[in-house]
Design a protein around this ligand. Structure first.
Ligand code: TTP
Length: 557
């Protein structure tokens, strides 16, 4: 297996999640321009989730409801329940969706509505069990393959050429295809069992799968093969990449005078190391080539619980009273969510992070600090948060004004540990450590490359088996490419493009896997553009078993 392509990682993200939660509760909201809003006190409240129908009218998150209604007069508004003690519908729904994902693979929950799945083992198992079964086009009807042509008639001619140019495919692409199949099944189960729809990205690591997930939302999944990365990165702003949306990404663009992810490939690893440190330099060197090695760490609970509120333009917070009021609103929400989390998950957060944006800030200049979180109590949380940010007010503490005005407030709790036993919880609740005064400066967590970079270092240097396999595969490919080029693909049981167009999958990439070749030594995997929109993978059954065998060997070694 090619270096950096050993794993298949998917990122699954629910579509407009809070909207779907409200739509399930009130089906009349389905298929309508609809938003979920909170904090009714100003301009109808602020929007936190937007249906795709409402997005088509230009409605976005963080707009005020009154403003959104001028763009979309028919807008339906669902309200976040703010009264205390009520069931938190979104948290409960979140548990439901995580449960469905967990049936299919090891998952790492990334937020309230998204999770990474390491599909590698599930794929190996599936390949073993598949025998000579085919993957029919209708099984991948919501799958797009990035870099491969979609099906509009205008694209057809060039599409054919582009696909043919791809030439031979590797075992990695087969694994991605089977990964896509598993995710199609998972998404179907999700809709059946919860009523919710989601999108997904399927690739070889967390960064690529996250990126892929956003490419064809909603209710679609996107495969991002390694050989499509160069083209995608050539025009992709650095800030769009996971972990590069903040200070680090901005510093890379500024220091190197570049804009796009692909531009990074011009710099040798040593130079990247000089600028950003050895570890980050190595990480960036691989990343701009589509390679990344952060493991999917089994975790079904979120690492942090947070809430934020934007105050754009004229609504920015320009008085101390406003800042205190909104900090308290956020703290009330945080207290409620943390308390529920402690009850359900038996853990307590030890760190409170406060983030703000000031008017005129560039995004990357946002301020973020943390302090000890000592009590789940809104007044304490908001007082401590205020203590952290008050030095930002250049108007001075004695003044009613707040300068420069704040355009975003964010509170988040993290560093969870097991909740102490009953007596211990009482201790936790009553303790009042004053360490909140000792502020710990922190960079934005999202800006940092992961600490466990390259934990999969065993894969870095191809092992003997890998090298052997590679050589053998190269030889076999040459042979079988010729065989397949010579053979009449249309004479197999695969339906012609025209018939597949009739079965309502014309907007999808179609992949057929047919088991044909009798001998393992003839095994190979080819990708061919077949007729108009059909992508054909010819797979040898024995070859698939070889892959499964070899892959499991790599995992063990
Ligand atoms: P997201 O996954 O960021 O967005 P989304 O699910 O609404 O839409 P998309 O289809 O584009 O993924 O957030 C998940 C939910 O978290 C969202 O429905 C509402 C909530 N949320 C907030 O309450 N405040 C926020 O600032 C964000 C980003 C999300």
């Amino acid at each position: 297996m090619e270096y950096g392509q050993e794993r298949v990682v998917a990122l699954v993200d629910m579509d407009c999640f809070y909207v779907q939660v409200e739509q399930r509760l009130n089906p009349a909201l389905r298929n309508t321009p609809c938003v979920v809003a909170q904090y009714k006190t100003w301009k109808g409240g602020s929007i936190i989730a937007v249906s795709y129908e409402a997005r088509a009218h230009g409605v976005t998150r963080n707009m005020w409801v009154d403003d959104a209604k001028t763009l979309c007069p028919d807008l339906q508004v669902a309200r976040v329940r703010e009264s205390h003690g009520k069931a938190d519908l979104t948290q409960d729904a979140s548990v439901e969706v995580i449960e469905v994902m967990s049936r299919f693979a090891v998952i790492e929950r990334a937020s309230i509505d998204e999770a990474y799945m390491d599909l590698t083992t599930a794929i190996q198992q599936r390949l073993k069990n598949m025998a000579d079964k085919q993957i029919e086009p209708c099984m991948l009807k919501a799958t797009y393959i990035q870099g491969y042509p979609q099906t509009s008639p205008e694209q057809e001619a060039s599409a054919e050429d582009a696909a043919l140019d791809k030439g031979e495919q590797s075992a990695a692409e087969l694994q991605l295809t089977v990964g896509a199949l598993i995710i199609e099944e998972m998404r179907a189960a999700m809709e059946k069992d919860t009523g919710f729809r989601c999108s997904a990205g399927i690739s070889h690591n967390k960064v690529l799968s996250k990126l892929a997930c956003g490419l064809n939302k909603p209710n679609r999944q996107t495969v991002l093969p390694m050989d499509s990365v160069t083209e995608l990165f050539s025009s992709l702003p650095i800030s769009k990449i996971r972990n590069l949306g903040g200070k680090l990404g901005a510093s890379i663009a500024e220091t190197l005078g570049i804009e796009n992810m692909g531009d990074l490939t011009r710099f040798p690893q040593a130079q990247l190391g000089q600028h950003f440190g050895e570890k980050t330099g190595q990480w960036l060197y691989d990343l701009c080539r589509g390679m990344e090695f952060e493991a999917v760490k089994p975790r079904q609970l979120p690492k942090s619980i947070g809430c934020s509120k934007a105050f754009s333009g004229k609504t920015s917070l320009a008085s101390k009273e406003q800042v205190q009021y909104w900090l308290h609103q956020l703290a009330l929400e945080l207290e409620e969510r943390l308390t529920k989390d402690r009850e359900v998950n038996g853990r307590v957060a030890k760190s409170l992070t406060v983030g703000v944006h000031q008017l005129g800030d560039r995004k990357q200049n946002s301020f973020s600090r943390c302090c000890a979180l000592v009590r789940y109590e809104a007044t304490k949380l908001s007082d401590d948060s205020f203590a952290i940010i008050k030095s930002l007010n250049t108007a001075g503490n004695q003044q009613a004004a707040w300068t420069p005005p704040l355009t975003l407030l964010h509170l988040s709790a993290s560093k969870f540990s097991d909740a102490p036993s009953a007596g211990g919880i009482a201790g936790f609740l009553s303790s009042d450590v004053t360490s909140t005064q000792s502020l710990i400066s922190t960079t934005q967590p999202s800006s940092l490359p992961p600490a466990d970079l390259k934990n999969d270092s065993a894969c870095k240097q191809p092992g003997t088996i890998q090298a052997f396999f590679q050589k053998a595969a190269d030889k076999q490919r040459q042979k079988v490419t010729k065989d397949v080029d010579d053979c009449d693909i249309g004479s197999t049981a695969i339906p012609p493009a025209s018939s597949s167009q009739n079965n309502s999958v014309t907007d999808s990439q179609r992949i057929l896997i047919a088991a044909h070749r009798p001998r393992p030594q003839d095994a190979t995997l080819l990708l061919k553009k077949w007729k108009t929109q059909t992508t054909l993978l010819v797979l040898c059954q024995d070859y698939s078993q070889n892959i499964a065998h070899l892959s499991s060997h790599y995992v063990k070694s």
